[in-house]
Design a protein around this ligand. Structure first.
Ligand SMILES: [Zn+2]
Length: 299
């Protein structure tokens, strides 16, 4: 594909960026495109049968769209039928706009064929498109959660897109959601389990051994952590001991009772739910040696 072709792909999808009116959000079409991009990245095909997509799309709209009185099926049918008008989406049979009934007869939607071919050939372009869409519709605190929900890698936002560098390792877009599920959607350190509707809020998948430094996208290299403890873990203020209890670095300091609540984590054991592998010893050791800062507090 030439640079001009790639430019054209970006242009065709960029019109979706300008759907806001009077500051009102309308993320319906972008969320459907993101869902299709996630499917394309995972399966090599963007095909979304309505029967499989109705619930998933309705959940996305509920969790990341504005509050609406429209029924779940109807709000999902809106982008599923209307996105055709933007020239980037096709249905395998002609159905009327906004009508749920005919969709239930077994309609499948997918990205327009030439677009799908171009994006399949260029994973970096897929990443660029996804990043542009999510960043133009969601703030930085929410954008990663949207990408996880559609099965794309939130690291796209850092510009470290999958397949960007020749020979670079590819991240698994599905890994963050798997880790968060495996830890029962709560912080492995403090138990924080915030949800907004059905989607977690403020909970992230953390690599014990950093991906950029060889850490695999395996469940035994992952922890679900709240945003604060993820940051403190990656900054080496929190770590794990040989018995998989949380340790707090002596370098950590805080003045207020809220800040000092971090000390209460010291000695708290991880409690993975049955079937969830705890972090592997080699990854815990790596974190202790490469990331954890200084000495742990005395027990
Ligand atoms: Zn936490």
């Amino acid at each position: 594909m030439t640079a001009a072709d790639a430019e054209q792909v970006l242009e065709r999808l960029s019109s979706l960026r300008q759907h806001q009116q009077d500051g009102r959000r309308s993320p319906h079409k972008p969320l459907l495109v993101l869902l299709a991009l996630g499917r394309l990245a995972a399966r090599g095909s963007s095909a979304l049968p309505w029967s499989e997509t109705e619930e998933e799309l309705a959940d996305l709209l509920r969790d990341f769209g504005p509050t609406s009185r429209t029924s779940r099926a109807q709000s999902a049918a809106y982008p599923f039928t209307r996105l055709r008008a933007d020239g980037v989406w096709t249905l395998d049979r002609d159905v009327p706009m906004d009508n749920v009934g005919p969709l239930r007869d077994g309609v499948t939607g997918r990205l327009e064929a030439s677009l799908e071919t171009a994006l399949r050939a260029r994973p970096d372009l897929l990443g660029t498109v996804a990043r542009g869409l999510v960043e133009s519709h969601f703030p930085g605190t929410v954008a990663p959660d949207v990408l996880v929900a559609v099965g794309l890698d939130p690291e796209l936002l850092e510009g470290r897109s999958t397949g960007a560098a020749p020979g670079a390792r590819r991240r698994s877009g599905a890994w963050p959601a798997r880790v968060i599920e495996a830890w029962d959607r709560q912080c492995a350190f403090c138990g924080f389990d915030g949800a907004a509707g059905g989607a977690v809020v403020g909970i992230e998948a953390a690599h014990v051994r950093w991906f950029t430094l060889g850490g695999p996208d395996d469940l035994d290299n992952g922890l679900a952590l709240c945003s604060l403890h993820h940051k403190l873990f990656d900054r080496g203020m929190l770590g794990l001991d040989d018995d998989l209890a949380v340790v707090v670095s002596r370098r950590f300091s805080a003045r207020t009772p809220q800040g000092r609540a971090v000390y209460d984590l010291h000695g708290r054991p991880l409690r993975p739910r049955p079937g969830t592998p705890p972090p592997a010893e080699r990854h815990v050791l790596w974190h202790r040696e490469q990331v954890f800062q200084g000495m742990a507090l005395a027990g």
